[in-house]
Design a protein around this ligand. Structure first.
Ligand SMILES: NC(=O)c1ccc[n+]([C@@H]2O[C@H](COP(=O)([O-])OP(=O)(O)OC[C@H]3O[C@@H](n4cnc5c(N)ncnc54)[C@H](O)[C@@H]3O)[C@@H](O)[C@H]2O)c1
Length: 368
């Protein structure tokens, strides 16, 4: 099969992680790279093995022989750059979140609906192995009716704010949940086809200053409560400022017949209780269920996948993107799923500024 020619924009940043996944997939060729950082562009081209390099994104879209683009630029460029590609019929795999405002989200949805090209959001935490096993167990009914979940992204990145300066504006320069899709994404896949219909958001106050002596606009910990269409409740906590060890992949889920709690720290257990596996209410390790509930594809391709990031998750994300382009599989995180994961955080930013009041989350399926 002829490989799909891909361009990576923002290549000097996360390009390398995508390179590992693209190489492992064997189906994608990184043909062109683009980055506004001229000093780093040539090195990025060499690192990623691309034939072409561009300083200007529109020029890459116009002149390069690429069928797809991976958007790995700062958050505020995701939607505009995705729209430009979709308008040219170029497939898009966009970093998270999909957009930085609801208005931008609407424009992106319309562009995706009009285009013949695939839009996929690269929510790689949905591909983490334990999250994939939970998804399979939910699908098979082991948890009964789901009614509560938690997701947390706790990742102190004050120093990184000074290196990747866009973070100081788009992640820690706005109050509310600015980077919530890693936490909400897997939960929405478990609760599918349920969606968040209302959110409220509150913060823990401001206890840290940036090197210029200014408090961060983002409160140290922000918690968003999400009311699902079914009545279920989801709690999302994002903290990018507190001094403490990282814990970016905390998840919990509760159903009428089982519950799951991911390990919060290195060395802890990913524990699960399922009524059908144990009448007594005691934990077992989710890894004990891997043989039975991890898909054959995962098992077969585990060693290939392990060459890519996030425990192999980044590899399966690229495979899904390619399968969607080739029409072999429905895109798992298409435009509406991307909006389901992104919009609650954007509405939480309004809630936290309005006395934490409950606000409706728009349904992108109404945007036609
Ligand atoms: N999914 C994940 O696990 C994960 C992890 C880290 C970052 N991210 C996301 O990936 C994106 C990039 O993050 P990063 O940490 O690599 O940031 P970064 O700042 O290290 O890299 C971004 C790159 O984009 C380039 N750039 C900026 N504006 C550009 C433009 N208009 N056109 C072309 N290039 C441009 C910069 O020069 C830089 O090289 C962010 O949106 C972030 O949220 C996702």
């Amino acid at each position: 099969m002829k490989k799909i020619n891909i361009g990576i924009v923002g290549a000097a940043g996360r390009g390398r992680s995508f390179k590992l996944a693209c190489d492992a997939s064997g189906m994608v060729k990184i043909h062109a790279v683009c980055d506004v950082n001229e000093e780093k562009l040539e090195q990025a081209r060499i690192n990623l093995g691309a034939e072409q390099k561009y300083l200007d994104y529109d020029e890459m879209l116009e002149n390069s022989d690429i069928q797809a683009v991976i958007i790995a630029t700062p958050m505020n460029f995701h939607a505009p750059q995705a729209i430009s590609a979709l308008e040219k019929g170029i497939h898009v795999l966009s970093e998270v979140p999909a957009c930085v405002s609801i208005e931008e989200g609407k424009k992106l949805v319309l562009a995706a609906r009009k285009s013949k090209a695939i839009y996929m959001m690269a929510e790689n935490y949905t591909y983490i192995k334990t999250n994939v096993i939970v998804k399979e167990l939910v699908k098979k009914g082991f948890f009964g009716e789901l009614y509560y979940a938690e997701g947390e992204y706790i990742h102190e990145l004050k120093q990184l704010n000074e290196i990747t300066k866009w973070r100081r504006k788009w992640q820690t320069g706005i109050n509310g949940i600015t980077y919530g899709t890693h936490s909400l994404g897997p939960i929405l896949q478990w609760m599918h086809p349920d969606r968040v219909v209302r959110v409220c958001c509150a913060g823990s106050g401001h206890h840290y200053k940036d090197p210029r002596g200014n408090f961060y606009e983002n409160e140290d910990t922000c918690v968003m409560l999400c009311k699902m269409n079914s009545g279920a409740l989801v709690k999302i906590r994002v903290d990018m400022l507190s001094d403490r060890p990282h814990a970016m992949t905390n998840y919990q889920i509760q159903g009428t017949d089982g519950c799951y709690e991911s390990a919060r720290a290195h060395g802890e257990r990913n524990r699960i209780w399922l009524r059908s596996k144990n009448k007594e209410m005691v934990w077992m390790d989710i890894e004990e269920l891997e043989d039975e509930f991890l898909s054959d594809d995962w098992k077969k391709e585990a060693s290939l996948a392990s060459r890519a990031g996030h425990g192999g998750g980044d590899y399966f994300e690229i495979i899904d993107f390619v399968d969607a382009i080739l029409g072999r599989k429905k895109c798992p995180i298409g435009i509406d799923e991307a909006m389901d994961m992104t919009l609650p955080g954007l509405v939480s930013q309004q809630s936290i500024n309005h006395n934490s009041s409950w606000l409706e989350v728009p349904n992108s399926r109404d945007w036609i």
